[in-house]
Ligand binder design. Sequence first.
Ligand SMILES: Cc1ncc(COP(=O)(O)O)c(C=O)c1O
Length: 412
Amino acid sequence: MGIEWNSFFAERTKYITGSQIRQFFALTERPEVISFAGGFPGNDFFPSEDIAQTLAQLVREESQQSLQYGPTEGSYELRKLIAKKMTLEGASCEVDNLMIIDGSQQGLDFLGRILVNEEEPVLVEEPAYIGGMSAIKSYGGAACGIEMDNEGPLPEKMITRIKQLISEGKKPKVFYTVPNFQNPTGTTTSLKRRLEILKIASHYNLLIIEDNPYGPLCYEGEVPPSYFSLDTEDRVIYLGSFSKILIPGIRIGWIAASKELIEKVSMVKQTADLCSSTLGQQLACCLSRDSYIDMHTRKLTELYREKRDAMIKSMDRYFPPNIEYNKPKGGFFIWVTFPDHYPDSNKLLQLALDKNVAFVHGEGFFSNGGGKKSARFSFSQPSLEEIKKGIKILGELFYDIEGGSSLQAVGH
Ligand SMILES: Cc1ncc(COP(=O)(O)O)c(C=O)c1O
């Protein structure tokens, strides 16, 4: 007889349910599928040769720092470089305010672990990054969505929601946000909104978790100052990452926050993994020196802008005019909204997969239902040709759904 595993799992694991997106990856990763689903960086954009040379040098010449365990809070030199960069960007950040983690996802998990009680509400954007919501839920927290418009989360909705939760005896403590080129909508929260939300946070004594993996990938204009740099009360916890500006394979990111918070996170990290990969940290450190990563990011910006433009141009050309989508000013994602008479987007995804094209349907990004008529399209991984081909195939599918002919697909 097989083992009855559920009887062995700890009570608290009942909250760990996994992500809807991951379940789709098996389908979307078939080689014949053009995938707009994954939010991965473009494989062709990794600076493999420079990485290979730097790693070889690190292993040969600096093995003590690169191959040995390191301090739990992370390499001093790397933290110093990050502190310098964040200070240049207007934040007040010292080495002791920083901790290196295994990508910002680990930060979300740690913050869930130290901040979220069972059945406690945590404010999130509506829609929100699935990995953020999963971290909250896996510790028994309840993600409570705050509606957004194209300037970010709506302050009035936030206040109404907080008041409602307080009246139910469940005052929230934390707001989780991805303010730049949000995953999944591509929205950037305006400066005015950031200031309003900081005021609300101050009034209701909320912490803000600011998750910013996409901010450096800005294709038009400039991103507003971070919540972290605008904050005067130490209530913002900032998550940064090398995943999108260098490679996700080293799993290196950072938390910037008040020293008290960093000390607590450091204790959690000791039990999680002792320290982040020292080889990965040394690589990030070497490549952060001499502005290498800044130059690489500028290159990436050009390359991803081209992909974004190709996807928007193809959508303009091939999608029926009643399908709505935004033009994000950075990041990887375009948010698509279908008219009410369309099938739900999970059904649309099945139809698209039959034609070997994939995207992510909207539902998984909503905390309490919703998203049935929306979808996330990522332009970061497919080639320019695949973007055009895949969007054209979808345009034909959508025109078929309209009951019209795909030949009508000549732009709007
Ligand atoms: C908003 C957001 N936060 C965090 C992550 C995780 O990134 P990392 O590779 O730094 O763990 C992602 C990954 O796609 C993301 O989109």
